[in-house]
Design a protein around this ligand. Structure first.
Ligand SMILES: C[S@@+](CC[C@H](N)C(=O)[O-])C[C@H]1O[C@@H](n2cnc3c(N)ncnc32)[C@H](O)[C@@H]1O
Length: 267
């Protein structure tokens, strides 16, 4: 019991550390801190030893320090790589002398595509082409209301709506660009597919018979709380690839093709 308690306290401390900032802000602060350390190092080498540090050494030191701090801060492994590559990529881009408005254009497209990913920790990436058939084969054989939380470009909702004319399929998406594209696509499809530009936190899951999510590990605990408090008995919660920590699913659908698992909870 005491070991469990200690483990829990340590986990809570780690969580408290990690929750101080969203990862993207934390990563930016680490970059700034590493830059300062390297700047002080250069100044020290020059003033004390009259040595001029080469640019290459400075860049590699900056990249390494940023990656090591990210590791020490227990950021996810992909941040270590991003943190290492970022200063080098930034330097290379500066040497290419790219016109400034290109940066602005890329920034605007990225912002519309990824929107509040820095807060939700759920970026856009599409599910596999095999997913609609997997879900379709499993759907109860009666008229139902289905929602895809974070519907991206809308492929899943549109595909299912074509196969199941007796049911209603909703997509809820927080990022403007994917939502706009799914909305336009829905105009060329039957009316039983609808897309909403919304945060799924602001919809009532009790309105649906089947709730589907393909999000990220970071989103699952809070989403499960919402599922448990809002969904009706007899409804289904489906999560592609990401399991809810400590909540055993009723069913795991695994294909032989190496695609991610579809987890299913009967409420
Ligand atoms: C991994 S993609 C999945 C896309 C789509 N469901 C599919 O299967 O291809 C996750 C999507 O969820 C969206 N998202 C993340 N948090 C959200 C939120 N709180 N409310 C609505 N959408 C959200 C992201 O913008 C992203 O487009």
């Amino acid at each position: 019991m005491s070991i469990e308690l200690e483990q829990k306290t340590e986990a809570q401390n780690n969580l408290a550390d990690r929750l101080t900032f969203p990862p993207a802000v934390e990563a930016l602060l680490i970059q700034a801190f590493s830059l300062c350390i390297c700047g002080v190092g250069i100044l020290f080498a020059y003033l004390v030893f009259a040595k001029i540090i080469s640019l290459l050494f400075f860049l590699v030191a900056h990249a390494l320090i940023a990656a090591c701090i990210s590791y020490r801060r227990k950021m996810d492994w992909w941040w270590w790589i991003i943190q290492f590559l970022f200063p080098i990529a930034a330097f290379l881009l500066l040497t290419l002398d790219v016109p400034r408005h290109y940066y602005l254009a890329v920034f605007v497209v990225m912002a519309l595509l990824f929107w509040s990913t820095f807060r939700t920790q759920v970026p856009y990436y599409p599910s596999r082409a095999s997913l609609p058939s997997l879900i379709h084969d499993f759907l109860p054989d009666k008229s139902l209301k289905f929602v895809d939380l974070g519907s991206g470009l809308g492929g899943l909702v549109l595909n299912l709506s074509l196969r199941r004319g007796d049911s209603v399929f909703w997509g809820v998406e927080i990022a403007p660009l994917p939502w706009l594209l799914s909305y336009i696509r829905s105009k060329f499809h039957p009316a039983n597919a609808r897309f909403f530009l919304k945060n799924y936190d602001n919809i009532n899951l009790g309105d649906f018979d089947v709730v589907f999510a393909y999000l990220s590990p970071a989103a699952m605990p809070a989403l499960w709380n919402k599922v448990a408090s809002e969904m009706r008995p007899g409804s289904l919660f489906l999560s592609y690839e990401f399991i809810v920590p400590d909540v055993e699913p009723d069913l795991c659908i695994n294909t032989d093709s190496g695609d991610p698992i579809l987890y299913i909870w009967r409420i």
